[in-house]
Design a protein around this ligand. Structure first.
Ligand code: GDP
Ligand code: GDP
Length: 435
């Protein structure tokens, strides 16, 4: 993965409606973390087997009048710098406005591919009217209706065409670790604590996006790659504090890593943005470790403090609670070594293969102890379990009446899997099939 589509355009043209249309029903399939707000501005879209990130830049514009146009301008600039492709949305019902023209000027100069979307093409008359937007000077124009969905297929085809297969190629042999988190939580301090004076660099490798650098290190005797999509090594603080910027950088880091170290500030705790990034990592089946940094600033620490802290975090990440949490200080270099070990442990967990015999021994016993409840008189009998040869842990349960297996029972099985075989920090996929 690693293709990011940004939706830009002035307010009220229908960006968020289009975003929801593109993200569509898929979003409902993947469970949400309880702490995440419904108000989402980024997600994952799948079309003809191609998977890409979609970001609604409008969701990041502050709703205050005076900062408005300036904020929109900087949002567009960041989208140009960071996204792989831009969808420039305009509104057929209003025609071309001054702000459309200004944005068109910025976008035409961009080296990135721009697809012009003429939204609210609800009927033939409007589709006809949309040709006025050719005046903005873009080659391709996609009239569509975000509300009804008509015309979105053509747009998605055009997007999918831009995604090359090679984006998904990666070197499987060396663990790729990304340090992610909000501004000022201590990401660059942590990176420095890891690598010291950069004596340990083996090689710099270009990442899959233009602006990311992967650096291969030998740290504490371990061979690994630190993914630096966030540019934390050569810190340009220009945009750092803009939410949109840090989100798009984090999304790209998640895409390029096997394991993400999510850094939190102990004096702040876990926030909505952390949870949405975490949800992103879970959806993409990446390994996760949470590092609660600046632990040195927490006074009167007892074991209870860290336990309470941990509970509070896991309450919010539920139902994915099997996440290792470490309390560190990048400044004092406390538990830094342990953190890296844990990240590598999660990497191994993600690659783990459980022999079928062992798996069945444990799981069939668990199923025997607690049978799936029959639903609508349908008897559910799980006969056999096997781990599929996929890049991340996926378990197939062969069963009668597969579609009647409900979430609580799935959770029971997942918990048993996690108890018996260590999958700490790793999202698990479970599928139920009829033989
Ligand atoms: P944003 O500010 O660009 O994110 O715009 P919104 O997605 O909030 O949409 C602004 C308004 O346009 C809302 O009232 C939408 O219901 C409406 N809208 C969005 N897409 C369409 C469309 O395809 N057809 C029509 N008729 N209205 C639309
Ligand atoms: P980034 O924006 O996430 O890369 O955060 P920085 O690494 O730049 O750190 C932000 C601020 O927090 C700086 O002033 C750091 O010195 C401070 N900081 C980082 N880690 C720690 C820590 O473990 N303890 C304390 N007390 N301060 C820290």
């Amino acid at each position: 993965m690693g293709f990011t589509v940004a939706i830009v355009g002035r307010p009220n043209v229908g960006k968020s409606t289009l975003f929801n249309r593109l993200i569509g029903e898929r979003q409902a399939i993947v469970h949400d973390f309880s702490g995440v707000t419904r108000d989402r501005h980024y997600g994952i879209c799948e079309w003809n087997g191609k998977i890409f990130n979609v970001i609604d830049t409008g969701g990041f514009v502050p709703r205050s009048e005076e900062v408005f146009e300036k904020a929109i301008r900087s949002q567009v600039q960041i989208a140009i710098d960071e996204a792989s492709l831009l969808l420039f949305v305009v509104d057929i019902t209003t025609g071309i406005t001054d702000l459309d023209l200004e944005m068109a000027n910025m976008l035409r100069r961009s080296p990135k591919k721009v697809l012009l979307v003429a939204n609210k093409a609800d009927n033939a008359e409007r589709i006809y009217e949309s040709s006025e937007f050719y005046a903005l000077g873009f080659e391709e124009l996609f009239p569509l209706s975000s509300i009804s969905g008509s015309g979105t297929g053509e747009l998605l085809d055009a997007v999918a065409k831009e995604i090359s297969e090679e984006v998904n190629q990666e070197d499987e042999s060396v663990p790729k670790i990304a340090i992610i988190g909000q501004p000022n939580v201590g990401k660059s301090s942590l990176l420095n604590a890891f690598v010291g004076e950069e004596r340990n660099i083996v090689t710099n490798i270009a990442g899959t996006t233009r602006d990311s650098i992967h650096t291969r290190y030998k740290l504490f005797g371990k061979d690994l790659i630190l993914v630096d999509t966030a540019g934390i090594r050569k810190k340009g603080k220009v945009h750092e504090d803009l939410e949109f910027y840090s989100v798009i950088r984090a999304i790209k880091s998640v895409d390029e890593a096997d394991v993400c170290i999510l850094v939190l500030d102990a004096t702040v705790g876990i926030e909505a943005q952390d949870l949405t990034i975490l949800a992103q990592a879970e959806k993409k089946k990446k390994g996760v470790v949470i590092a609660v940094n600046k632990w040195d600033l927490v006074e009167n620490k007892t074991t209870m403090t860290s336990k309470e802290f941990e509970d509070r975090i896991l309450e919010k990440t539920a139902p994915f609670r099997d996440i290792p949490i470490l309390f560190i200080s990048a400044l004092d270099k406390t538990r830094i070594h342990r953190l890296l070990d844990m990240a590598l442990e999660v990497y191994d967990n993600r690659k783990k293969r459980i022999p079928t015999s062992e798996l069945n021994e444990v799981m069939l016993e668990a199923i025997e102890r607690h049978h799936p409840p029959s639903i609508k008189g349908k008897l559910i009998k799980i006969k056999y379990v096997t781990q599929l040869p996929t890049p991340t842990p996926t378990f197939a349960f062969f069963t009668s009446n597969a579609k009647y297996v409900r979430s609580p029972y799935k959770n029971y099985l997942e918990n048993r899997l996690r108890e018996a075989f260590d999958f700490k920090g790793v999202p698990i996929i479970m599928v139920f099939r009829e033989k």
